[in-house]
Design a protein around this ligand. Structure first.
Ligand code: ZN
Length: 124
């Protein structure tokens, strides 16, 4: 994934973060805007501070979403964003457009859900 693409998905993640974070204040929103416009890694620290503060104020469901976004941003810093954490294959970009926090490619996601599904069923 090139710089331009990464920047595009970073913006998607930050927009998603803002949408879920209703308690975000002006200062925090500004920090996210700056991070979204800036390709430099240095601004990521401020974003992570904002995320951690937010996580304390959100409901369980929302803080899980924010944590997923946090993880995706972390993978972006490490350079592993857009790759399946299970098999290492690149995740389809259309999939990332729909779910920018996606951790797995479609094949692994299907397998994981199949395993979960059979585990939840009645054991005879
Ligand atoms: Zn995979």
């Amino acid at each position: 994934m090139n710089h331009k693409k990464r920047h595009h998905f970073k913006k998607l993640l930050l927009a998603e973060l803002k949408r879920h974070a209703q308690y975000i204040n002006d200062e925090q929103a500004r920090a996210l805007d700056i991070a979204g416009d800036d390709l430099q890694q240095s601004s990521d620290l401020a974003v992570r501070d904002v995320i951690q503060e937010l996580a304390l104020k959100l409901s369980e469901h929302e803080s899980k979403i924010v944590a997923d976004i946090d993880q995706a941003l972390l993978r972006m810093e490490e350079g592993s964003y857009g790759m399946c954490v299970r098999c290492g294959h690149e995740i389809d970009e259309r999939r990332l457009e729909a779910v920018p926090t996606a951790r797995y490619d479609a094949a692994c996601q299907t397998e994981i859900e199949a395993v979960k599904g059979s585990g939840a069923g009645p054991s005879l």
